[in-house]
Design a protein around this ligand. Sequence first.
Ligand code: FES
Length: 111
Amino acid sequence: MTVKVHFVATDGTVSEVEAAPGESLLEVGQRNGQPLEGTCEGQMACATCHVIVDAADFDRLPPASEDEEDMLDLAYDATRTSRLSCQIMLSEALDGLTVRLPSGSRNMQGR
Ligand code: FES
């Protein structure tokens, strides 16, 4: 079983990609050429892996940890449905997930 994920680029282009359960959304995005830097490799220290989850899908995700929320407060272009893609582990329950790439990112590590 694969999990389908849709990435929506800033120009509205939708890419459908396939992922294996257990992969992080960041890994899948990077493998498919999405502009997700993920500078800190999932340590919740950079926010360059920020994505905006489709409002219809947001409630399917487990809630963000406090550390993730803190990092999202600093993310560029963050919205109510923002998440760090390195913290989203894909599973069959998330099949069809749609996320939008933000219009930019700010690397919290390089400052
Ligand atoms: Fe740095 Fe997700 S990769 S916070």
